[in-house]
Design a protein. Sequence first.
Length: 156
Amino acid sequence: MWPGSAFSMMAREQSLTPVSRSRSPPQVMTVLSGMSDLSQMRDSLSFMKDLRPLSEREHEILTRAREILNESERIGCTACRYCTPGCPMEIQIPDIFRVMNRYFMYQNLETAKREYGWRGGKVKASSCVGCGQCESICPQHLPIIDLLARAAQELE
């Protein structure tokens, strides 16, 4: 199933706001909403005061969305950028992987190629010389050389 459908399912269920998704798991004891001033604190308190557990329907929607997303292809890059400083070609690897993940999610090659043109950086994925520096430092142990080759094949 198309990964974007997971987001469509959640969007149709108006009660599934980002904060509401944290209201049922028993292991969630605290929700941080990222406030920086008094008005934001008041806003957070206003919608947090009436939190209720997820309904069965909401829980089913989130479970199905999680299944769809877990089945979808994606590159598990966390954009830590440990790989970029030592790259002899100065490839912006996380930016390229971000474009690839958006391509996997939305299956729109034309948009992905356009985004690759402006987000991928000046040095393209095909510039990789296969030195392996990036792979040796990647905390996710990604096969970066192969993934860059695929990005070049798909996006260039």
